[in-house]
Design a protein around this ligand. Structure first.
Ligand code: HEC
Ligand code: HEC
Ligand code: HEC
Ligand code: HEC
Length: 396
């Protein structure tokens, strides 16, 4: 996700050089990726949420709809962030236990003399309600989206030239809003991970959605004639390596990594080169295996994350370190350097006992199921079928 933000910044900065009337919005689930955040990840997740906010502010985002994943970091957190960075969060139907709105229902932007109203909506379809309730319990609830949009569009009608609704719900409900409510120009969908190259159209409302994880930037161009008819083009721009990384964002990410580092390392900072990996303790008696292992990709799995600026991301560390968050394994909190990479004990299990008494041997011959914990079906689809070939590459 962070990778996409480097590119998005470059792309939009470039775009703004020629096009002044750009509105940048997000339909939610922007600041965080998980419903449940483990205790040991909370501090990092909060810093990361803040980092993403800073990058979005730097991009010049006009409105961010509040998705359930924003709330997973706590309502207080999100309200603090809103204030600290003046973030344009919108939600017209998330209310507290007194039925009061928790966020601004909409923002009005004056873009090149066109007034644009942007409304935020949380959906009520089961795919959204379930995680929402898991996260907020009974502290917050959601008002009916259709009634809310109807009311807010009526409120905005005389004040703006253009109405955008950011939604967080199943695509089918976007159709209902488009069909039932007059005066909505564009619906930008979210939560549901659909990618729409050609916008849907109903009742002169255009529905767009740009997939997930910031892999694409949706660029919708609308020209509205005096009589209300619209000319519309849309493209999904892939935030691929073809677009250069933005140096300012790189600076922000470096700063974030330093802050996370401070969070996890107390005492003197040991230089990476001076760290003895846990595997070295096996070298005395299994030097053949050790030498082979050192040449495999497993031995550089952590460097791979450093190269991508992800060395503090639990989502990556889980497979690129040794025995992540298991007893005696690599933990988020301690960031033990000696347990970086996929070392012997990733496959052979905790060898503390064996080191005291070599005759105690467990997990001598790990099977393919050990590999599949990291070489998942999703990531390495043919791994099980090709097991012999894979094993040959690391055989020791
Ligand atoms: C002091 C020497 C010594 C050290 C250090 C040592 N081992 Fe061993 N290891 C042995 C001996 C001896 C055996 C054979 C034990 C037996 O079969 O009774 C063995 C067996 C094994 C086996 C099973 C091999 C088989 O075919 O049964 C594995 C796996 C293993 N060690 C992994 C490790 C790992 C991983 C480390 C480092 C964390 C390590 N060993 C450190 C001496 C050592
Ligand atoms: C703890 C997670 C983990 C386990 C368990 C694991 N791997 Fe890996 N493996 C990785 C990671 C991460 C990489 C990529 C390292 C890099 O390039 O940074 C990798 C890379 C590889 C590669 C080279 C990359 C490629 O082209 O496919 C081979 C071969 C491989 N693993 C085989 C195995 C086998 C065989 C097993 C089981 C005996 C196994 N791995 C178990 C995490 C794991
Ligand atoms: C479920 C385990 C798992 C997770 C989670 C995981 N990786 Fe990996 N990663 C692997 C395995 C296995 C490989 C080697 C096989 C392959 O290349 O697909 C690998 C390979 C890679 C490679 C390619 C190495 C190369 O240069 O050939 C990169 C880059 C990488 N991972 C980065 C990441 C990042 C960044 C994250 C977090 C967003 C991450 N990984 C999360 C298991 C994982
Ligand atoms: C990616 C997983 C993985 C890693 C990392 C790994 N091993 Fe193994 N190792 C295996 C598998 C799988 C086997 C057994 C395969 C078989 O024979 O069925 C094995 C076998 C062994 C054996 C027995 C060899 C024999 O011929 O009897 C020893 C000893 C051993 N490993 C030590 C180590 C040491 C030491 C390290 C670290 C330097 C290490 N392994 C790293 C997966 C791994």
């Amino acid at each position: 996700m962070l990778g996409g933000l480097y590119k998005k910044t470059t792309y939009l900065n470039e775009y703004r050089k020629t096009e002044k009337n750009l509105v940048v919005v997000d339909s939610g689930d922007l600041l965080n990726e998980h419903t449940q955040i483990k205790e040991s990840f909370i501090a990092t997740a909060k810093l990361k949420g803040e980092l993403i906010t800073k990058i979005q502010k730097n991009i010049g985002i006009d409105a961010i709809n509040v998705g359930e994943l924003e709330l997973a970091l706590g309502l207080d957190y999100i309200k603090d962030i809103e204030k600290k960075y003046d973030v344009p969060f919108v939600s017209a139907n998330i209310v507290n236990d007194k039925k009061e709105l928790v966020f601004k229902p909409y923002v009005i932007k004056n873009i090149d003399n066109i007034k644009v109203g942007i409304i935020g909506i949380m959906g009520t379809t089961p795919d959204v309600v379930k995680p929402f309730e898991e996260i907020v319990g009974s502290t917050l609830s959601v008002l009916d989206p259709i009634e809310t949009v109807t009311a807010k569009v009526a409120e905005l009608r005389d004040k703006v030239d253009f109405v955008i609704v950011l939604t967080h719900q199943h695509m089918g409900r976007n159709w209902i809003i488009a069909r039932k409510i007059n005066g909505v120009d564009v619906i930008v969908g979210g939560h549901h991970k659909q990618k729409l190259e050609t916008p849907y159209e109903a009742n002169n409302t255009y529905i767009v959605q740009a997939g997930e994880k910031g892999q694409h930037q949706g660029m919708l161009v609308i020209e509205k004639a005096a009589d209300g008819t619209k000319t519309v083009t849309n493209k999904l721009v892939s935030m691929s390596d073809k677009i250069a990384d933005d140096p300012k964002v790189k600076g922000m990410i470096d700063e974030y990594n330093m802050e996370v580092n401070k969070l996890y390392t107390s005492g003197p900072i040991v230089k990476d080169e001076a760290v003895t990996l846990r595997s070295a303790s096996c070298n005395d008696c299994h030097s053949d295996a050790y030498e082979i292992w050192q040449k495999t990709d497993h031995a550089k799995a952590f460097q791979t994350l450093i190269n991508k600026d992800r060395q503090f991301n639990p989502d990556c560390l889980v497979c690129h370190t040794t025995r992540f968050e298991e007893a005696g394994g690599f933990t988020m909190k301690a960031q033990e350097k000696e347990l970086r990479n996929v070392q012997c004990e990733s496959c052979h299990g905790d060898k503390t006992e064996h080191l005291n008494d070599p005759s105690v041997v467990s997990q001598a011959k790990p099977g393919v199921e050990t590999c599949l914990r990291c070489h998942t079906e999703h990531r390495c689809p043919d791994f099980e079928k090709e097991y012999q070939k894979e094993w040959e590459q690391i055989k020791h």
